[in-house]
Design a binder for this molecule. Structure first.
Ligand code: ME8
Length: 515
């Protein structure tokens, strides 16, 4: 099933690195969970996965927040970075590295990419005068701004208040990369996903690019520009470079060779321009390969409303986990929201998925099958008799799942992958209702055994493929099916359960939600 050449194939996946100027919110949790599911899927499919996340600790926003809170910037960064790390622990993400941009090796990598861009003749000193959005750490040209009701200058795109900045800074010759970038989008249409985002980026670059201010002199919280006293790098230059730091750039060429270019940058839709325009241009300038793909997920809203401290609808991800359980929360976000589109969540919607999809569709099938094996076969997995057309149809559906789900996951259509799995569960539930093994048991124990064997197989296959989404619960179900620890990768999907195996006493893995 699993192509053997995958066994050592590297796969490098990253999330955005978050600003630790406050506590992590559901949007961050969503990004971490979704990237974790993609990373785990690849690992189970035989890839050597490297998965990185972390915190983006430099920049004016961090410095301003620290001043407002009366703590040092380093202190603010450490305190909140720890909270992001704690969220990863609570979500069970399987990270290879949690990077902090204040890490020493990251400064080294940022200096090196700067020097390479400089050596390419792409960096020059000039006067910058324009509008700056501290919240997004982004520059805006006059025509990208407007006046709000109070007469304050705002960025038209996001409504954030802007500050006028005028200083001598270094510039990056972004304009030089207009054509090379358009070539990139044309030659590698898979570079940006989903497709709708790609079209936006192409339109933006076709409008022409102006050079980018890449250093600041009015504050000092950042990576120092090599050989230029008083300049720190524009925070996005060092932030994007974190992806290279994580694979040993520039001091560990072996790791770099193995894992670069990155296979996938998972980001939110608000930072596409940085990842799909600036980042590939920096890399081209520095003579480093461009990542294979950037996928932008949508934004999460609380009951359709933007989450904000002033509205008072910011939900702490830890609260959600303790209320509904980690696996139901992971499942909910990935199944409910079409990956790549905006989505909404509410307690009602989570409860409804938990009860309908997990307790009824999945949990009941597993529990009924396992408890009937216990009751009618004294916990010994029965030997199936000859398969009927119905048995074979269901087994064929289950056997076709890997290819289907893999095709969806390869384009990050996680929700469609899960839909395919749940559609197989629905088939299995219809099958068990039609076969009525609890009635058969009174007249035909051999046929009962066959039906239960078929159900157990479907549960095994669906469970193996659901592991990336719900690692904890699926591990318990596989224990109940007595599936060996080394038979849980996708390479083992085709190995049928061994009749005669003694199964442990099961208990329900997906209870209904109790408020
Ligand atoms: O942008 N729903 O950091 P950040 C879904 N430091 N995703 C959301 C979201 C929401 N409501 N709000 C934010 C930064 N995100 C930079 C990244 S990468 C080199 C530097 C996503 O803390 C957002 O789109 O503002 C981004 O991908 C991530 O959370 C971190 O956002």
């Amino acid at each position: 099933v699993n192509a053997p050449e995958n066994a050592s194939r590297p796969y490098y996946i990253t999330t955005a690195i978050a600003y630790p100027n406050g506590a992590p919110h559901i949007g961050h949790a969503y990004e971490f969970i979704s990237a974790d599911v993609l990373a785990r899927f690849k690992a189970l499919d035989g890839f050597d996965v490297r998965f990185q996340s972390g915190t983006d600790e430099h920049g004016q926003k961090m410095q301003q927040t620290a001043e407002a809170e009366g703590v040092s910037t380093a202190e603010l960064a450490r305190r909140n970075s720890d909270r992001f790390q704690a969220l990863h622990d609570a979500l069970g993400t399987d990270l290879t590295r949690f990077i902090r941009t204040t890490d020493a090796d990251h400064h080294r990598a940022s200096e090196e990419i700067w020097k390479r861009m400089e050596a390419a003749g792409d960096i020059y000193l000039d006067t910058y005068a324009g509008w700056y959005d501290v919240r997004d750490e982004a520059f805006f040209t006059e025509d990208e701004t407007s006046l709000d009701d109070d007469g304050d200058r705002i960025a038209t795109e996001n409504g954030h208040k802007l500050t006028w900045t005028q200083e001598q800074t270094y510039f990056f010759r972004l304009s030089k990369y207009t054509e090379p970038l358009l070539d990139l989008y044309r030659d590698r249409p898979e570079y940006i996903g989903p497709d709708s985002r790609r079209n936006e980026v192409v339109r933006f670059v076709e409008g022409g690019l102006t050079d980018l201010s890449i250093s600041r002199t009015t504050f000092d919280w950042g990576v120092k520009v090599p050989g230029a006293d008083g300049h720190v790098m524009y925070v996005w230059v060092d932030a994007l470079t974190n992806y290279l730091t994580g694979v040993g750039f520039p001091d560990d060429p072996a790791t770099m060779d193995r894992y670069w270019p990155a296979d996938l940058h998972v980001i939110g839709k608000d930072i596409i321009r940085f990842h799909c325009v600036y980042w590939p241009a920096f890399l081209m300038s520095a003579g480093i390969a461009v990542p294979k793909r950037v996928f932008a997920h949508g934004f999460l809203f609380n009951k359709g409303e933007k989450m904000s401290k002033s509205v008072g609808n910011v939900v702490d991800p830890h609260v959600l986990i303790s209320e509904f359980g980690l696996d139901p929360v992971r499942y909910f976000f990935l199944r409910e929201v079409s990956y790549g589109q905006d989505g909404s969540y509410s307690a009602e919607a989570i409860v409804s998925r938990k009860n309908a999809d997990l307790a009824n569709e999945y949990g009941n099938l597993a529990q009924r099958t396992l408890s009937m094996v216990g009751k009618y076969f004294d916990h010994v997995l029965p030997t199936p008799g000859e398969f009927t057309a119905d048995d074979r149809a269901l087994l064929d559906t289950a056997d076709a799942l890997l290819e289907k789900v893999r095709a969806h996951f390869d384009v990050q259509a996680i929700h469609l992958g899960l839909e395919a799995l749940w559609s197989a569960l629905a088939d299995a539930n219809r099958y068990i209702s039609a076969q009525e093994p609890w009635k058969l048991a009174k007249t035909d124990l051999e046929r009962t055994g066959t039906v239960l064997y078929v159900c157990a197989e479907v549960v095994r296959i669906v469970t193996l493929l659901t592991q990336p989404t719900m690692p904890g619960s699926t591990s318990t179900i596989l224990d109940y099916l007595a599936v060996d620890a080394d038979a849980r990768t996708f390479a083992s999907l085709g190995d049928r359960l061994a009749p005669g195996t003694v199964l442990p006493q099961p208990s329900p893995v997906f209870p209904r939600h109790e408020a």
